[in-house]
Design a binder for this molecule. Structure first.
Ligand SMILES: *[C@@H]1O[C@H](CO)[C@@H](O)[C@H](O)[C@H]1NC(C)=O
Ligand SMILES: *[C@@H]1O[C@H](CO)[C@@H](O)[C@H](O)[C@H]1NC(C)=O
Ligand SMILES: *[C@@H]1O[C@H](CO)[C@@H](O)[C@H](O)[C@H]1NC(C)=O
Ligand SMILES: *[C@@H]1O[C@H](CO)[C@@H](O)[C@H](O)[C@H]1NC(C)=O
Ligand SMILES: *[C@@H]1O[C@H](CO)[C@@H](O)[C@H](O)[C@H]1NC(C)=O
Ligand SMILES: *[C@@H]1O[C@H](CO)[C@@H](O)[C@H](O)[C@H]1NC(C)=O
Ligand SMILES: *[C@@H]1O[C@H](CO)[C@@H](O)[C@H](O)[C@H]1NC(C)=O
Length: 916
């Protein structure tokens, strides 16, 4: 109440002060019913909202809103005693299209330029000389003439709707300024460059200033930025079906995917509707417009669909102030839906009026000799060019601290919006800086385009399969794959070569190898990430991961389950056969499991619906395909794969928990399993995360690197303990061997000195000289050395050295003999022309057994063993008998000799015999 009283008092005061200051509003008042006109001056404007007069979605609503905004600004200034004190601001309305015309509301698109320039402008300048400033809610075409005449007459003109670049020319329009950012071309090129678009088409309104002027600026900017214009289609405002078909055909023929629509709001709407019905608004198309479409949400249900994904840009807007909505409600005497406020240049009109009046106020206060009378009677017009309004410290509707640039346009960041196709609701997805030279913010996760994607679709038909992955990426992926595969092969060989090692056996060879095969496959799969994929490659990527997963996890799980079975359940088998049987059972199940996994992967490969998607790479400016992780794969298949593999993961967790109960440290690999689990969980999350983002040129590379890192983590995590143990083992073996050699060297010197002659014997001696023995003095001790050539069964034996993989050593012929020292150290020796190989024989001969006509001499402490081949088992048995005859003798003697200490303890002997 108090406020109202003050406002009233101020009103009364200013009225009594008696000074009126008039501003004009030039708009299409011909669309408003019941208005009366004397020449272009209108009266009987109905301020309260009346649906029989105003239709919010056509021209009448457009004019109405802006008039209301000006009224609100005048009300604000009049009620503020500090601004233009003792002055009442009044408004005169001028029609730029003549008297009321019932069709103007729906049809008029800003064309009465002749009328506006000839009648409206002269009305303002010559007849209504009390008007000292004009706010124009006109489109560019109508603005052209009026604004130029007003500029000549030094009447400031603020435009809230004329978007043509033409008006930035301050030599022609020094008194014109605009309360919105005018840089359509710059804004358009900026976002195109951000997306990496290289080809676009232009549809422009050929009979309209906004369309034509922007065509010129945009074309220049596009050329400067290396963007090709595939087609330029000029359409008149009232284009017909024929023209629309021509336009659509032209777009089809040039395979244009990005089309910029340069025209007024009604033109934008009509073009999208007509070309939409002709099939030119497609899922892979991106339509852009410099004006917001104007549409009655109820009239054209199909139009809403064609508008979906339309990208619109404009200067940024502030949120509409609540106080403003209140003011509005008080004028309209109702509450109008907020979204209509946004789609008319209502905030710009408000700011126009505010800035104009604040500018006048500033001018009055700038010099004490300026009086209100001078101002209201056009005595100060020469000081009112646009620079007066450049910096007013005014926080406006469109921006805070509104500033005009040197072209008289609002300096504001650009906003990029996409239409959702629902009642003109929009979504802001990007903003630029003040000069529209860089994108400050871009929401990469919002669906922006028609296909519901956040990723810009390709800008043309050509797909390049090889270029997208840059050379560096390809080399890195290739290197990773080769390194990984080498790593797994190396680990496999290491394990195979040490298959006798306790450490390796504890890690269980078949399971470890299976795991390594899985990892190797995973590394191989990296090669699928080197290029832009075809559909099959996308399927193969997943299939390979599924198989690798199965191969990697299932052996660990089943081995662990086996161990739990035999240890934890207290059934630690004493019976070897039983143990083997159980183990086989688990291994068999594991094999079945893996086969099933392979089958699933195969089904995935053949039946998955997942497809590739063409995308545009912003940095490379290339169109290519990416795997579309989001494309609807066969749901049953997805569920199947997930269920099966999640079950495997559950088994992994279960068995790792149960494993803790196993006491044997050699068999407890719960640590390994935890590493495996963490790695898998991290890897899965990360890869899913990367895939969930919109793919770019780095996505495949990132996924490949993830796979590489996590596979390597598994290989290393699982095998490193084994390898370290193995290394420890080999270190101790080497120490042992070194000790042996030293002992041997120090003693063999003495041996060679004392008994060189005796030790050398003739192999060519008679085969009948079967038994030789001699005794010699060594280090002051008696040493009895005996040997026997084993030539009874066969004169020469066929033999070879053996390593753990049973390969790669040549078979040779040699003479076998058996030796003993003091009947205690017994060794077997085979001599060829080149060298002699000796193998110490264990204390008992129970190990000796001929199998498949072969006799094997294992050498537990070094890698190489010895294998002798016979014609058949009988011959082998005979040879063994011959050998045993000698060793038995030794063993018998051994008991007698027990008291004699041998200095050659533990020597595994190897000597060279020169053959004559
Ligand atoms: C100012 O305008 C008001 C109404 O708008 C009017 O009543 C008054 O006479 C005007 N004063 C002058 C000096 O024109
Ligand atoms: C129309 O305006 C002119 C100029 O202001 C004025 O002389 C004339 O009387 C007006 N006519 C009517 C009908 O109001
Ligand atoms: C003025 O407008 C009202 C509707 O708001 C209408 O009823 C009235 O007839 C109009 N007056 C004239 C003189 O046209
Ligand atoms: C406004 O008018 C009143 C009364 O006419 C006068 O006293 C006052 O000084 C004026 N204020 C300004 C700022 O001119
Ligand atoms: C343009 O191409 C689309 C899809 O390829 C097709 O549906 C439409 O009929 C074509 N329109 C014309 C006018 O050629
Ligand atoms: C605008 O007016 C200022 C002084 O008020 C003057 O310095 C400037 O040159 C004018 N600019 C134009 C483009 O007329
Ligand atoms: C659009 O607006 C109409 C009424 O204005 C409403 O009935 C409809 O539900 C709206 N549609 C959507 C998708 O919001």
């Amino acid at each position: 109440m108090k406020c109202a009283a003050i406002v009233l008092a101020v009103h009364v005061l200013s009225v009594t002060a008696g000074l009126n200051l008039t501003i004009g509003s030039v708009a299409s008042y011909c669309a408003i019913r019941y208005m009366n006109f004397n020449s272009s001056l209108g009266s009987n404007f109905t301020e309260a909202y009346d649906p029989s007069i105003i239709n919010l979605v056509d021209n009448s609503g457009f004019v109405y809103y802006q008039d209301l905004a000006i009224l609100a600004a005048i009300q604000t200034i009049n009620s503020d005693p500090s601004i233009l004190p003792n002055i009442t601001v009044t408004l005169k309305r001028f029609s730029d299209c003549g008297p009321y015309d019932p069709n103007a509301a729906s049809d008029y698109a800003g064309f009465s330029a002749g009328y506006a320039a000839a009648i409206t402008a002269s009305d303002v300048t010559e007849i209504h000389t009390d008007v000292i400033g004009v706010i124009g809610d006109q489109y560019s075409t109508a603005t052209r003439g009026v604004a130029q005449i007003l500029s000549n007459a030094q009447i400031p003109y603020c435009s809230s709707a004329a978007g043509s670049p033409r008006f930035s020319n301050k030599a022609i329009y020094p008194y014109l300024w605009r309360t919105f950012a005018v840089s359509y071309a710059k804004q358009c090129v900026l976002i195109l460059r951000y997306w990496g678009v290289k080809r676009i088409g232009i549809v422009y309104q050929s009979d309209n200033e906004l369309g034509r002027a922007n065509l010129v600026t945009l074309t220049n900017d596009l050329i400067d930025n290396g963007i090709t214009v595939t087609t330029t289609i000029g359409l008149t405002s009232a284009f017909d079906e024929k023209a629309a078909v021509f336009a659509c055909k032209s777009i089809n023929r040039t395979d244009t995917r990005y089309i910029v629509n340069l025209g007024l709001d009604s033109f934008v709407t009509n073009v999208l509707y007509s070309l939409g019905t002709l099939g030119c608004v497609r899922e892979n198309n991106v339509w852009m417009a410099i004006s917001f479409p104007r549409v009655d949400p109820d009239s054209l249900p199909k139009l809403n669909d064609y508008l979906r994904g339309l990208v619109v840009f404009r200067g940024s807007f502030n949120e509409i102030m609540p106080s403003f909505v209140q003011e509005m409600d008080s004028i309209t005497q109702t509450h109008l839906p907020k979204e209509y406020l946004y789609f008319n240049s209502y905030p710009t009109s408000y700011d126009c009026a505010m800035m104009m009046l604040l500018g006048f106020d500033k001018l009055l206060k700038s010099n004490p000799s300026f009086s209100s009378e001078m101002l209201s009677t056009r005595k100060l017009q020469n000081l009112m060019n646009f620079t007066l309004f450049q910096h007013l410290n005014y926080n406006g509707m469109t921006a805070d601290d509104i500033t005009l640039d040197s072209f008289g346009n609002l300096a504001a960041p650009s906003e990029y919006l996409t239409l959702l196709g629902e009642n003109l609701t929009t979504r802001l997805f990007a903003t630029s800086d003040l000069s529209a030279s860089t994108i400050n913010f871009y929401n990469t996760s919002l669906p922006i385009f028609r296909d519901g994607s956040a990723r810009a679709p390709p800008d043309g038909p050509t797909f390049d399969y090889s270029k997208p992955s840059s050379t560096v990426q390809r080399i890195v992926v290739m290197t990773a794959a080769v390194t990984g595969m080498s790593l797994t092969v190396f680990c496999s060989l290491l394990i195979l070569f040490h298959n006798t090692s306790k450490v390796v056996r504890a890690a269980s060879i078949p399971e470890t190898l299976t795991l390594l095969v899985g990892c190797c496959l995973s590394y191989c799969g990296l090669l699928l990430y080197m290029d832009s994929p075809a559909k099959q490659i996308c399927h193969a990527r997943v299939a390979v991961l599924i198989v690798s997963f199965g191969l990697t996890v299932s052996p660990v799980v089943f081995k662990s389950l086996f161990l739990i079975d035999i240890f934890a359940s207290g059934k630690a088998y004493k019976n070897r056969a039983m143990l083997r049987k159980t183990q086989l059972k688990y291994r068999f199940t594991n094999c079945m499991f893996i086969l099933f996994e392979v089958a699933i992967a195969l089904v995935w490969f053949l039946k998955s619906h997942a497809d590739t998607k063409a995308v545009l790479d912003a940095t490379l400016g290339l169109n290519y395909h990416v795997c579309n992780a989001r494309s609807n794969a066969n749901p049953a298949l997805v569920v199947g794969v997930y269920t099966f593999n999640l079950a495997l993961c559950a088994a992994l967790v279960y068995s790792s928990v149960r494993q803790r109960s196993i006491e044997s440290s050699a068999h407890n690999d719960s640590t390994t399993m935890i590493i495996l689990m963490i790695t898998l969980a991290l890897g899965f999350t990360l890869i899913e995360g990367i895939n969930a983002l919109e793919s770019d040129g780095w996505t495949d590379f990132k996924v490949a690197m993830c796979i590489f890192i996590f596979t390597s983590a598994i290989v290393i995590g699982v095998l490193l303990p084994t390898i370290l143990d193995l290394y420890q083992e080999s270190l101790s073996a080497r120490r042992y061997a070194a000790f042996d050699k030293n002992a041997l060297r120090s003693q063999s010197r003495e041996v060679s000195r004392t008994s060189e002659r005796e030790l050398s014997f003739q192999l060519s001696s008679s085969p009948h000289a079967r038994k030789t023995s001699f005794t010699t003095e060594m280090s002051g001790r008696t040493c009895s050395y005996k040997y026997q050539l084993l030539q009874h069964t066969t004169e020469f034996v066929t033999w070879r050295l053996t390593n753990s993989v049973q390969c790669c050593n040549a078979w040779r012929l040699g003479v076998a003999s058996v030796h003993s020292i003091n009947s205690q150290k017994v060794w077997f020796s085979i001599a060829t022309f080149r060298k002699t190989v000796c193998i110490p024989l264990p204390d008992n001969d129970s190990w000796m057994e001929a199998r498949f006509g072969k006799l094997k001499f294992p050498r537990p402490k070094s890698q190489l063993g010895l294998e002798i081949e016979f014609a058949d088992n009988v011959e082998a048995a005979a040879f063994l008998e011959e050998l045993k005859k000698f060793t038995k003798l030794c063993y018998n003697r051994k008991h007698e000799m027990k008291e004699i200490e041998s200095t050659l303890k533990g020597v595994s002997f190897r000597h060279e015999i020169k053959l004559s």
